[in-house]
Design a protein around this ligand. Structure first.
Ligand code: OOB
Length: 541
């Protein structure tokens, strides 16, 4: 019998735990159930061993298969000398191995640092060094990018990194599929310990690490599955990169595993590729970001695929304009669910039975009765009900601090533990939130503050405009001037036409664009949101 490695506790250095009182309350109320995250797979494999867990081009793989594959991966990783509590940077695209690696690591008590395929050297080096990672798991290549070269660079820069495991042509590295092996016992997992690390979607500076516990993330996934009424008959398509919180656990992959549904993946979220998979595997639920939702809606005009199996389209990650929200059900036949979430924790969902008005105009309401939400002004005082302010939150699945970031934490969290989201919201009497922008996403034009989100929403209502982004450009007289960047379907409107259009919609004069630019596409972030920081850099150059 192999000896059971014990968890080293160095991974807890720089982790901000839930205060004991809060933890006790979450346990007593039943939000935290004291189960390790990989229990979701164990349980489902026990209850429904023969149900399909994974659907891909080669057919279906059962829960019994996935459970055994995860066990073999866990034993293989431990046999390499990776110990429980160690961190491993995972950078895999949406392939079936994502599941075996994720559950293998969870089961071994090894902490995955879940990075996105679009991350490059700057982010991966930073995240590997910050987490003190001992291994890096990636695919050989994707498109024209070679992750083996990235691995070599990161290995040189980050001395803690001892192993590189590559899915595919591994060269001098270890081939991922050569790792799995049979073994004896697996380590005992403390459910209040860190299960995995997500990467912050923040738009300023380098990404931060978000350590999520077994207790909190299991609740995140199962409560989300309940809100979406997921059952074993559902087929979930991971369209967005699987390592992102939204497709991973809102309810996503983990929520689907919790109810015994099936999972399928696409690496290419274009309508051509995704629609074919929806039809082939009779996909019922998927999650997309707003630009993708728009593209899918438009594509139903020319794509022939049968999408009738799709019952729920979740849209979130950035503000979905009302005009685009209204298109979803007529175009795709699915119920629209708006999801306003963050890797730090808090999730808001429109409910399946919400009135159409709420589905189209709000970003949902909090998932948990234990989510605490405050909407505050610049001085940190609560605003009047219905007024706009910054969203602060704490609750059973919201972190109390970023990992190894004490200085940043002093600003990003209040002394009594609320996370300062930086999002501007209004709260309706029903509890639904309307996101009106980011605190920092405003243009200061000669002392007047202009919300970019508000202006973008109006620009998108113009019939020729497909995508719109407002950015502030430096201006000698005004400090900043308003620049609107448009991607258009038809002829590009003139600045005068846009001004007339916006004025007719009742927009104040000082909010009208000073400059209009046309683009063929807008830069996007690793998960597909419009990248305002990159756009600002391009437009000011
Ligand atoms: C999701 O998570 P992150 O961590 O990539 O980004 C969080 C930020 C939020 O603070 C907010 O600024 C923005 O993205 N956001 C939205 C939004 N959903 C997220 N802004 C407006 N409307 C929405 N519906 O993006 C995320 C995590 C879990 C589920 C869904 C999205």
């Amino acid at each position: 019998m192999t000896s059971i490695p014990t968890t080293s506790s160095t991974h807890r250095d720089g982790y901000v735990p839930f205060p004991a009182e809060a933890a006790d309350a979450y346990r007593a109320a039943g939000y935290w159930t004291g189960r390790p995250l990989d229990d979701l797979l164990r349980e489902t494999a026990r209850r429904h061993p023969h149900r399909p867990a994974l659907l891909d081009a080669d057919g279906a793989r059962s829960y019994a298969w996935l459970d055994a594959a995860a066990d073999r991966m866990a034993h293989g990783l431990l046999a390499l000398g990776i110990a429980p509590g160690d961190r491993v940077v995972v950078q895999l695209p949406n392939v079936p191995e994502f599941l075996t690696v994720l559950f293998g690591l969870l089961r071994a008590g090894i902490i995955p640092v879940l990075t996105l395929p679009a991350h490059r050297r700057a982010e991966i080096e930073h995240l590997a060094a910050l987490s003190g990672a001992v291994a890096y798991i990636a695919v050989d290549r994707l498109g024209d990018f070679d992750y083996r070269e990235l691995a070599a660079t990161v290995r040189t820069a980050v001395p803690s990194l001892r192993h590189v495991l590559i899915l595919g042509e591994a060269g001098s590295d270890i081939e991922l599929n050569s790792v799995p092996r049979e073994g004896g016992s697996l380590p005992a997992i403390d459910p209040s310990d860190i299960a995995l690390m997500l990467v912050s979607g923040g738009t300023t500076g380098l990404p931060k690490l978000i350590a999520r516990t077994h207790d909190d993330y299991l609740y995140n996934a199962t409560a989300s599955a309940e809100v979406c009424a997921l059952t074993e008959d559902d087929v979930y398509l991971a369209t967005l990169p699987a390592a992102h919180n939204f497709p991973l656990a809102c309810p996503g992959i983990l929520g689907t595993v919790s109810v015994g549904g099936a999972i399928t993946f696409v690496t290419d979220p274009s309508p051509e590729s995704a629609f074919a998979v929806i039809e082939r595997h009779q996909v019922t639920v998927t999650a997309v970001v707003p630009p993708l939702a728009q593209l899918w809606c438009a594509a139903t005009e020319w794509e022939e695929a049968d999408l009738s199996s799709l019952r729920l389209l979740q849209v979130g990650g950035a503000r979905l304009a009302e005009v685009n929200a209204r298109e979803v059900t007529p175009a795709l036949g699915a119920t629209l669910q708006q999801v306003f979430g963050m890797a730090e924790g808090l999730l808001n969902y429109t409910r399946l039975d919400d009135a159409a008005e709420l589905l189209h105009t709000t970003q949902g309401r909090a998932l948990s009765p234990a989510d605490e939400i405050r909407v505050v002004d610049a001085d940190g005082n609560d605003v009047a009900p219905g007024d706009e302010g910054e969203l602060l939150t704490k609750g059973p699945y919201t972190i109390r601090g970023y990992y190894r970031a004490p200085e940043h934490n002093a600003r990003a969290f209040t002394p009594d533990g609320y996370y300062r989201s930086g999002d501007l919201v209004r709260r309706l009497p029903s509890g639904h939130l309307v996101v009106s922008g980011r605190i920092k996403d405003v243009i200061n034009r000669g002392g007047e503050n202009i919300s970019c989100d508000e202006l973008e929403e109006h620009l998108l209502a113009h019939p020729a405009v497909r995508h719109a982004a407002a950015v502030g450009l430096p201006d000698a007289a005004l400090g900043e001037k308003v620049c609107a960047v448009l991607v258009v379907d038809d002829a590009m409107p003139t600045l005068a036409e846009i001004k007339t259009f916006l004025t007719t919609r009742g927009l104040a004069t000082y909010k009208l664009p000073d400059v209009l630019r046309q683009a063929t596409e807008l830069p996007i972030t690793a998960v597909g949101k419009i990248d305002k920081k990159a756009l600002r850099a391009v437009e000011s150059a």
